[in-house]
Design a protein around this ligand. Structure first.
Ligand code: BG6
Length: 508
């Protein structure tokens, strides 16, 4: 069953369940998970019998934990102010469980506590375990959950269910992600595995399927006969902030390109699925990833660009370079910017370049897919004083969520000059409400047992297969960093990469 087949979010029923968050005192829990759960509860989208348990290492009482979560909701919820009446009753369903991740007793006690909650809150043995912890703990926690019968066998006619949501990154490269997969699949069936990529929960990303396959006018031009090239930009103004230690381990390619950007590539380029079931949609997405042409040695030099920000200015304010951030090696070789050109070797996309760029400390926050169409034949307007612009279809993932189409238009008046104009659809002004946060949608789907918007193991493996040679090349070849100032659009060689093909980076 797929959410896109359903007319409304509230039309589907959710089984009673307990959500256990591992890493409950971490940054993600406070900033994104708990505000999302609060929002679902306020909108009446949680099951009526529901409990949430935070599992973490620091000692804390239920009351202290609830107090901290309230602060997080006040700071990060998309609706303000906090709904006090709702919170007062909702907090009674929230609990804290202290344990180290490797201690058997902690899981024995958890099992006991969850059965008490089943009795008190009617949660019927259904469990979601959300692993918001460093990746090295994934196999250990899953093994312990299995050992203490908190993860159940997947059997027909089994009424109870258990599911595990795994935060990214799923592995560090092709080999380690395969190793992680081998280790977790001993204890967890694929249908119980929810590999989260929060980009898939964004309304605008989900709309890509609707836009492409519910509108007949685009399908006939969505190919190499009409499209000149595709650009995908994931730009952030923010720097690393407090995540220096994490980023030193990951870098931008692992943090954003391998998951978020590759998901966007596969949704833009996929064939229509046979239906909207999770397996049909994911089958088509994985075919795109498997069709990406492997990078060659010359690509590593010319068509895969990395950068690291130096100091500079964002909105007129001076900001430090990456190497000066907290918990970052002052000689760090970690990339905070990546640009690449790739090709999808199939009938639809043969010879259409896909240009990807993503980075921290760029001039503005903008995630956008720009589809540039081929030039109109020039003979009618050849005496015109400038080249006619190509049509561009821009899908703005965030902010100002919407879709814009650039077309050429005659300026009113006798001299007939031509000017590109923009037709612009904005979700905010049309629907008049802020879209739900990605985590709301994904937590809700996990409760429904719908994993369409989660990554399947072969998707993850295919993406790593393309990108691991880049990581290997980089680890053997250092780059001169920093090579772009904060507040600029990245290193000069990223501009050169696209310029040599006669194109320029664009955001509409
Ligand atoms: C996360 C990355 O997955 O996505 C962050 O770890 C990044 O580095 C974030 O800032 C961007 O998400 P969003 O929803 O703010 O675009």
């Amino acid at each position: 069953m797929n959410p896109l087949e359903e007319p409304g979010r509230t039309s589907r029923t959710i089984d009673p369940c307990v959500l256990v968050i591992f890493g409950a005192t971490g940054d993600l829990t406070g900033r994104r998970l708990v505000p999302a759960i609060y929002q679902l509860g306020r909108e009446g989208l949680l099951p009526s019998n529901f409990a949430c348990v935070g599992f973490a290492r620091r000692p804390k009482t239920d009351e202290q934990f609830r107090g901290e979560l309230k602060e997080d909701i006040i700071a990060h919820s998309r609706t303000k102010p906090i709904d006090e009446t709702f919170w007062q009753s909702f907090q009674e369903q929230i609990f804290y469980h202290q344990s180290d991740f490797d201690v058997d007793e902690g899981y024995q006690n958890l099992a006991r506590r969850l059965s008490q909650l089943d009795t008190r809150h009617g949660t019927r043995g259904n469990r979601i375990f959300y692993l918001s912890v460093p990746p090295k703990y994934f196999p250990l926690i899953i093994e312990k959950l299995r050992k203490f019968n908190l993860i159940y066998d997947v059997r027909e006619n089994e009424e109870r269910w258990s599911r595990v949501i795994i935060e990214k990154p799923f592995g560090r490269d092709f080999a380690s992600s395969a190793e992680l997969q081998t280790s977790i699949q001993k204890n967890l069936h694929e249908s119980q595995t929810y590999r989260i990529d929060h980009y898939l929960g964004k309304e605008t990303v989900q709309n890509l399927l609707v836009f492409r396959f519910a509108n007949s006018i685009f399908e006939s031009i969505w190919n190499n006969k009409h499209i000149d090239h595709v650009q995908i930009t994931v730009a952030e103004e923010l720097g690393i902030g407090t995540r220096g230690a994490f980023f030193e381990e990951e870098g931008l390619l692992r943090d954003i390109v391998q998951n978020h950007m590759m998901q966007l590539v596969s949704l833009v380029a996929m064939e229509p699925p046979v239906n909207l079931s999770a397996s049909a949609v994911r089958d088509e997405k994985v075919k795109v990833l498997q069709s990406i042409r492997p990078f060659t040695q010359s690509d590593f030099k010319e068509n895969v660009i990395r950068g690291q920000y130096g100091n500079g200015y964002i909105n007129g304010e001076s900001v430090p370079g990456y190497r000066q951030e907290a918990n970052v090696n002052p000689n760090s070789a970690v990339e905070t910017y990546v640009a690449m050109r790739l090709f999808i070797d199939n009938w639809r996309w043969a010879s259409v370049p896909f240009y990807l760029r993503g980075g921290k400390r760029l001039p503005k926050r903008a995630t956008e897919i720009a589809i540039t169409f081929k030039d109109a034949p020039g003979f009618l307007f050849q005496n015109y004083d400038r080249k006619i612009d190509p049509n561009v279809l821009a899908i703005r993932i965030q902010p100002n969520e919407g879709i814009a189409l650039k077309i050429n238009c005659k300026i009113p008046g006798p001299s007939s000059p031509i000017q590109p104009v923009k037709m612009d659809f904005r979700y905010g002004s049309y629907f008049g409400q802020s879209p739900p946060e990605a985590y709301e949608r994904l937590i809700w789907d996990s409760m429904l047992g719908d994993n369409t918007l989660f990554a399947r193991s072969d998707e993850v493996a295919s993406s790593w297969k393309i990108l691991t040679p880049v990581l290997e090349y980089w680890s053997n070849n250092r780059s001169e960093f920093p090579n772009y100032s904060s507040g600029t659009w990245g290193p000069a060689n990223a501009d050169e990469m696209i310029k040599k093909d006669g194109r320029t980076w664009r955001i509409l």
